[in-house]
Ligand binder design. Structure first.
Ligand SMILES: NC(=O)c1ccc[n+]([C@@H]2O[C@H](COP(=O)([O-])OP(=O)(O)OC[C@H]3O[C@@H](n4cnc5c(N)ncnc54)[C@H](O)[C@@H]3O)[C@@H](O)[C@H]2O)c1
Ligand SMILES: O=C(O)C[C@H](O)C(=O)O
Length: 320
């Protein structure tokens, strides 16, 4: 059986890390695409030279030609620019929208059967635009943010409760911006909801509120530290988890930006909600009951995403 093919559009910090993880995990042959000549080829050669040490047979190649992504099973898109200190993710919209157009057309022409995971920011608007430009079925185009935001939330909760991260589950819903919605009622340690843990005296509401705030600002905290760009190790790990869910038909329940058609009262928008990802792509949207606070916060977050789509449509008339 031929190996699967993973195409990575954007060979920057996340693209390179994705390629490394995909090769180490043996997901398939990897094609790194970038508009900058030499970068995908150089990273591919460097990564290929890991293979004798790590013992992987996957081929890693670099290209500036979309034809080389033909037949890809999974495509992960990180093409575009990342923010620097003082910027919001939304400041990237104008430049990255143009990139999504080129990428969407490249995918449509060369790999229309792929499962596409978009990571480029501002995420919820870019995944929506990428789907529009590519014309792929909605269930085959999904945005990565919730896995990362939930990983940050779980990491902070594990530190607070001094337990293994393996025993913490959490969900962050909504748009991938400052309005994202870490949902405390569904965040647990070995099944015990965080509100119960507070009632048991294991933490306080003030400490959990501070963790929610830190989670919401989690990307910005790293941008401020790095100064030259944004996080890439955890974003790449999160993208790979979604790719594995598709490639191995794992039917994982993951928070992801999916196309909603009335669920949560939201129509024709990509927003972070729990979904089931398996061999059929986004196979289900999971509608969980939210308490009034979470519902209100989700509505604020959805409004922020709607504003971004208005901005996209004003820039590119073909999106109307
Ligand atoms: N969704 C998330 O949770 C999340 C997390 C982290 C970063 N991001 C976003 O992911 C994106 C990539 O981040 P990064 O750290 O890898 O940035 P980076 O600058 O290191 O890499 C981006 C790469 O895209 C390439 N590129 C630019 N235009 C292109 C085009 N038209 N076609 C193909 N490649 C093109 C650049 O040459 C560069 O190599 C940013 O927009 C960032 O904000 C999102
Ligand atoms: O914060 C950023 O700009 C990158 C990314 O969205 C993140 O959350 O790390």
């Amino acid at each position: 059986m031929a190996r699967k093919k993973i195409a990575l559009i954007g060979a920057g910090n996340i693209g390179g890390t994705l390629a490394h993880l995909a090769a180490l995990k043996g997901l398939g042959d990897v094609v790194l695409f970038d508009v900058v000549e030499g970068v995908p080829q150089g990273k591919a050669l460097d990564l290929s030279q890991c293979s004798p040490v790590e013992g992987f047979d996957a081929k890693v190649t670099g290209t500036n030609d979309y034809k080389d992504i033909a037949g890809a099973d999974v495509i992960i898109v990180t093409a575009g620019v990342a923010r620097k200190p003082g910027m919001s993710r939304d400041d990237l919209l104008g430049i990255n929208l143009k990139v999504m157009k080129a990428v969407g057309e490249g995918i449509a022409a060369n790999a229309p059967d792929a499962f596409v995971i978009c990571i480029t920011n501002p995420l919820d608007a870019m995944v929506w635009a990428l789907r529009e430009f590519s014309g792929l079925p909605h269930h085959m185009v999904v945005g990565m943010a919730g896995v990362l935001d939930s990983a940050r939330f779980s990491h902070f909760l594990a530190e607070e409760f001094q337990v293994s991260v393996k025993d913490v589950t959490s969900f962050v819903l909504g748009g991938h911006g400052d309005t994202m919605v870490p949902v405390i009622q569904y965040s647990t340690v070995s099944g015990i909801p965080v509100p119960d843990l507070i009632a048991m005296g294991r933490s306080s509401q003030e400490k959990i509120d501070a963790i929610v705030k830190r989670t919401r600002g989690g990307g910005g905290e790293i941008v401020a530290l790095l100064k030259t760009g944004s996080a890439y190790y955890a974003p790449a790990t999160s993208g790979i988890a979604m790719a594995e869910a598709y490639l191995y038909d794992q039917k994982r329940v993951l928070p992801a930006a999916a196309h909603l058609t009335g669920q949560y009262g939201i129509d024709n928008l990509y927003v972070g909600v729990p979904v089931v990802i398996g061999g059929g792509g986004v196979e289900q949207i999971v509608e969980i009951a939210l308490d009034d606070e979470a519902k209100g916060n989700l509505s604020v977050s959805v409004d922020a995403v709607k504003e971004l789509l208005v901005a996209c449509k004003a820039i590119d008339g073909s999106l109307n």
